[in-house]
Design a protein around this ligand. Structure first.
Ligand code: ZN
Length: 247
């Protein structure tokens, strides 16, 4: 059973590992990567370890943060300890950065030739705080990289087909990317918001890939909206493999 997807935009760069997991079967916690959803901890640890090793990384080098729907960006290197944040960046080989999501948008960033990678978690709260462009700015400042050099992948997440929201979320944005459906309800395109933010931050359209799949109506994914408390989390990861490996 194939339980992982590979973003096409990163395929030309074999030195990078970039992937996102799927749910296993119809199990609520099938191939779950979060410790915080009621799944057995040992099973989650096992999933994380096996998946990280399968991608060619040491399981001690998987960086997963405590996601809090904020806009804090953390630089990962030796001695990284998970803290509360929603974006991770590094220029260190051998680190795999991960974000866990069900319906929130996972965003993976890279400048492959410079070993720079980033992973962002952007639910509607993160998008309202523009965590995507704050991460691009952090990459720019920390590594002296022009945003136009970045490659980005916007992963499977709640699609506008299904993501119904109320006035509160509508008011948190400047009205783009909402389809009114009456009764003060809207269909929200969070992936579209993230795309707008990345373009405004200076990324080039041809260097951004959007995965069209919706986690709510596509049952191969975990979805909090669809399954509520019986939903696990996928993980989206990116990292530059150690260049000395295999020599
Ligand atoms: Zn849908």
């Amino acid at each position: 059973m194939v339980l992982t997807i590979t973003p096409s935009i990163f395929k030309p760069y074999p030195e990078l590992a970039a992937a996102m997991t799927l749910r296993r079967g119809e199990e609520p916690f099938g191939f779950n990567f979060s410790f915080y959803v009621g799944d057995d901890e040992e099973r989650v640890r096992h999933n994380r370890q096996k998946y990280t090793e399968k991608l060619g990384f040491s399981s001690a080098r998987l960086a997963v943060q405590k996601q809090v729907h904020g806009d804090r960006v953390v630089y990962v290197d030796e001695g990284y300890q998970p803290t509360e944040s929603d974006a991770l960046i590094t220029d260190q080989e051998g680190w795999l950065l991960g974000v866990s999501t069900a319906d929130c948008v996972p965003i993976l960033l890279a400048v492959p030739e410079k070993s720079i990678v980033g992973a962002i978690h952007s639910g509607w709260r993160g998008s309202a705080q523009n965590v995507a462009s704050k991460t691009v700015r952090a990459v720019e400042e920390q590594f002296r990289i022009a945003p136009g050099e970045l490659i980005a992948w916007i992963g499977p997440s709640a699609g506008q087909c299904c993501y119904e929201v109320g006035e509160d979320i509508f008011r948190a944005f400047d009205n783009r990317r909402f389809k009114p459906i009456g009764d003060e309800k809207f269909l929200f395109d969070n992936k579209g918001v993230v795309l707008d933010q990345l373009l405004e931050a200076g990324l080039r359209p041809e260097k951004i890939e959007i995965d069209p799949r919706c986690t709510i109506c596509d049952t191969r994914f975990h979805s909090w909206r669809r399954d509520r408390k019986a939903s696990g989390r996928m993980i989206a990861v990116i990292g530059r493999k150690n260049s000395t490996d295999g020599l």
